[in-house]
Design a protein around this ligand. Sequence first.
Ligand code: GLN
Length: 193
Amino acid sequence: SPRIGVLALQGAIAEHVRALQAVGAEVSTVRRPAELAGLDGLVVPGGESTTMARLAAPAGLLPQIRAAHDDGMALFGTCAGMILMADDVSDAAALEGFERIGGLDIVARRNGYGSQLDSFTADLDVVGLDSPLPAVFIRAPVVESTGAEVEVLASAAERPVAVRQGRMMASSFHPELTEDHRLHALFVQLAGA
Ligand code: GLN
């Protein structure tokens, strides 16, 4: 079965580990660059992108995740993880001076749904799934634009909320917070292919 790591600096770590195990992956946690060796895929969880970028900086972990991806490791970023994977983050003062992962050709805006829609749930039609997926959004990033290589897998209120580009997937919501693990299954399938 595919070997999937979960970046374990901060955020929703245990929930991703459980979801990945439930869909048959061999799961490990990643705190140091050496722990990236041999992974077919890595989940970059939700939480707080600025905290994760700060904790990752001393070991240069985020650029090394990018390098591992360039060598074939699949990536799945959720919420804050999507922000760390985005090529561009608008309104990113709090991330300035910190290296990110990058590579996903989108512009993401942190906390872009504003206070009124701070947190909400939605049932999403997702490309590749035959019935709606329940999705939990928590201070989620808004995807402001997507590049030509980016496939939109799901939208809410006419905005992309799940995307794929080659061996990268990202969602602005938290798929690990429900008992529906089909998005994790799609990722494990992508990572193992
Ligand atoms: N607002 C957070 C950030 O900017 C993301 C929230 C989340 O991951 N649930 O990193």
